[in-house]
Structure formats: structure tokens, C-alpha cells
Ligand binder design. Structure first.
Ligand SMILES: [Zn+2]
Length: 379
């Protein structure tokens, strides 16, 4: 058996592993390399294998650095199935078309800058993304399945984002089974909303992510105290707004969860919360549709929510006009906006309107506390 690391080795994006055994060739993840122009150029390079020769793909989760080259793979001739958990399948349904949209915009921007008459081809188009989605199959957590004769696989909870999975694979070669475990991205135990990662008892080969392997997680009670302090002081003492730049998938839902929980528990006065990112809105809708994946605390909070008890005011903006209208709110609002490429303009105008005002704050969820201008803080 041969295992090749085709990305995310000595770097943290472009996750892609190729497994070749006697009668099978498959990929685990097929991610996009992210970060700057060199990364973008690498995504355009041909695959290091023949896509048509790949039997199937096992996908750990929907983040673009793990899934973003799947439409390129299918366009290049891969005809097999892409297996993922049902929640990942739902997230891919919005994330791959969004990624294609970004590719198309980007290509036009480059062409304009270079003043070229012929527009270069995007990495993939919206149509490629939709065609790729036809090959995606949902498999529940903890259920063994056989993507091919001699291969069994199983998804286990990874606790990273909705639908994220550790992948266990058993390959029988010349009568001998080998068990390979791919951790995918792993969540911190005790994180909100999702269940903790499933402990895996044994493996012959373990492929594990180590992005933050050299750092300690911040103590959660300190994080929570920071969040309460910033929100209370900014909204109710200074009369300003709090701007929260957050990743659309995962982090935005965690921030919403904490704001809901703290308000329900009476530890925060009722704030007005606005989610200003179409992708974050979609990801929140999909999260709500997968109540079966919530941990016990999140299920309890969902019960509170259903009864409508002491909730924050929550609104999701859709159009660019609605987003601009938020600029007229001078105080009492928490505006969560994604830092992703398509939403970049939205977060920029919130920062432009609020940061110069001393009574406003910016809160970076999940990052170590940093203080500039005296009012930048992490929680
Ligand atoms: Zn991830």
C-alpha cells in the first residue's frame, strides 16, 4: 500500500491524501490551497494523479481547504462517488457554488487588471460545482460502509465544524487488513454545539492534523468573561456597537450560541444581534436543521429557543441595502460579519463606520486577546 501526501504537509491548506492499494485508489479530501497569489497558481496546476483513475473520495468536512478542488476533480474526469456525512453534504451544497462564484469573480478581476481581451478560464464554474454535487453521497456517522470490494470505511465525530468527521478505513490487501485513521481537522473537547471528538482506540496508520499542535487553548471561562465584559461595556455603558468578524461556517454559529446562552441565563442584557453575511446565514440555517448532531447543552438551548424565553433580538440581513442600513444603528447592536472573500466589503464598511468611534468595540472570537487602540479584544 502507498500513501501520498499531496497537500497540507508543511502547510495547513490544500488537504489531499492519495491511498493506493492492490485493487483500489482513492483520495481523502481534495482541498484548495489558500493564501495569496502563489497559492492560487498552485490550484491551477494539474493533479499529481489521473483523476479518472480514482475510485472514490472520502471527505472529512466541508471547509474549502479540504473540499475546494472537488469540482476541479470531477471536471477533470473523476466519475466515482464522494462520501461525506449528511451535514457535510448540506454544507457543500452552499459552499462549493459560493467557491465557484468567487473563482469566476476573481478571474474577471485578473483579466480586467491585465487588460486582456480573452478572459482566462476560472478554476471551475458554478455549473462545474453543481455537477460535482451530483456525485456526493451522504453516510451517517458511526455506520460502516463499503465504497469498494475490500475496503470498509466509517465516519466518527471530529467536533470541528458541523458534519466534520474522523475517517476510519480498513483495507484488505493480499488477505491482510490494514486500518488507517485520518483525523481530519479536530475540534477541542467541550466546544459548544457539537459533540466532542470520538476517541479512536486503535490504528495501524494514523494521519493526524497538527495546525495548532504547539499552542495551548485559552481557558474558556476567561474567554466567556471577556465576551460579557466587552458586550456589556460597549452596548450598555458607552452606547456603541460591537463588530464581530467571524468565519461564516462554525465560528458565527458558536458566537450566536454563546450570545443566546448568556442572555437566556440572565448574564447578558438582551442585545440586538445582526448576522450580516449570506454564507453565515445559510450555514446557520443548515446547523439548525441538524439538531440530531447537537450536544446536550445545545439541545437544551434549542428548547429555550423554541419556548422563546428571554432571547436576544436576532436578525439576518440579506441584501447589500440591508447591510448598508446597519450603518444607521449608532448603539446597542452586535454585528457579526464574515471575513470571507465574498463578504469582505460588508465587514469593511462596518469597521469603517464603527472603529473610529471610541464607544465601539471589535471582538475577535476564538483568538488570543490582543489590544490595540485600547479597545480591540479577543474572546
Ligand atoms: Zn477545517
Amino acid at each position: 500500500m502507498k500513501l501520498s501526501f499531496l497537500g497540507a504537509a508543511r502547510e495547513v491548506t490544500g488537504s489531499c491524501f492519495l491511498v493506493e492499494a492492490a485493487n483500489v485508489r482513492f483520495l481523502v479530501d481534495c482541498g484548495m490551497v489558500q493564501g495569496g497569489r502563489i497559492a492560487a497558481a498552485r490550484n491551477h496546476e494539474p493533479f499529481a494523479f489521473d483523476p479518472a483513475s480514482i475510485d472514490f473520495v472520502l471527505l472529512t468536512h466541508a471547509h474549502i481547504d479540504h473540499s475546494g478542488l472537488l469540482p476541479k476533480l470531477t471536471r477533470a474526469g473523476f466519475k466515482g462517488s464522494i462520501y461525506a456525512t449528511p451535514a457535510t453534504v448540506d454544507l457543500l451544497g452552499v459552499m462549493l457554488p459560493d467557491s465557484a462564484h468567487i473563482q469566476e469573480i476573481d478571474t474577471k478581476r485578473v483579466a480586467k487588471r491585465l487588460k486582456e481581451k480573452t478572459v482566462p478560464l476560472p478554476l471551475y464554474t458554478l455549473q462545474d460545482a453543481h455537477e460535482c454535487l451530483q456525485q456526493v453521497r451522504g453516510i451517517e456517522y458511526d455506520r460502516e460502509f463499503a465504497p469498494r470490494v475490500g475496503v470498509r470505511a466509517r465516519f466518527r465525530d471530529a467536533g470541528h465544524i458541523l458534519g466534520s468527521a474522523i475517517v476510519e478505513v480498513w483495507i484488505t490487501e493480499y488477505g491482510y487488513p490494514t486500518r488507517i485513521v485520518f483525523s481530519g481537522d479536530l475540534g477541542q473537547p467541550g466546544r459548544p454545539i457539537l459533540r466532542d471528538p470520538t476517541p479512536i482506540e486503535e490504528a495501524d496508520i494514523l494521519v493526524i492534523e497538527s495546525t495548532y499542535g504547539d499552542r495551548r487553548h485559552k481557558d474558556f471561562s476567561a474567554t466567556e468573561a471577556d465576551m460579557i465584559g466587552i458586550v456589556e461595556k460597549t452596548l450598555f455603558e458607552r452606547g456603541g456597537n460591537v463588530i464581530v468578524p467571524a468565519f461564516a461556517v462554525g465560528r458565527t454559529q458558536e458566537v450566536l450560541y454563546h450570545l443566546h446562552r448568556l442572555t437566556c441565563e440572565g448574564r447578558l442584557q438582551r442585545p440586538m444581534v445582526f448576522v450580516d453575511s449570506p454564507m453565515a446565514t445559510e450555514a446557520t440555517r443548515i446547523t439548525r436543521e441538524h439538531l440530531e448532531l447537537f450536544d446536550e447543552q445545545a439541545k437544551r438551548l434549542a428548547g429555550w429557543h423554541a419556548r422563546g424565553e428571554n432571547l436576544p433580538y436576532l436578525d439576518f440581513t440579506a441584501s447589500a441595502e440591508e447591510s448598508m442600513a446597519l450603518n444607521r444603528i449608532r448603539s446597542g447592536a452586535i454585528i457579526i460579519s464574515a471575513s470571507g472573500m465574498c463578504d469582505a466589503e460588508r465587514i469593511r464598511h462596518h469597521l469603517r463606520h464603527n472603529l473610529p468611534r471610541r464607544e465601539c468595540s471589535i471582538l475577535f472570537p476564538g483568538f488570543p486577546v490582543s489590544r490595540r487602540r485600547g479597545r480591540l479584544a479577543g474572546a
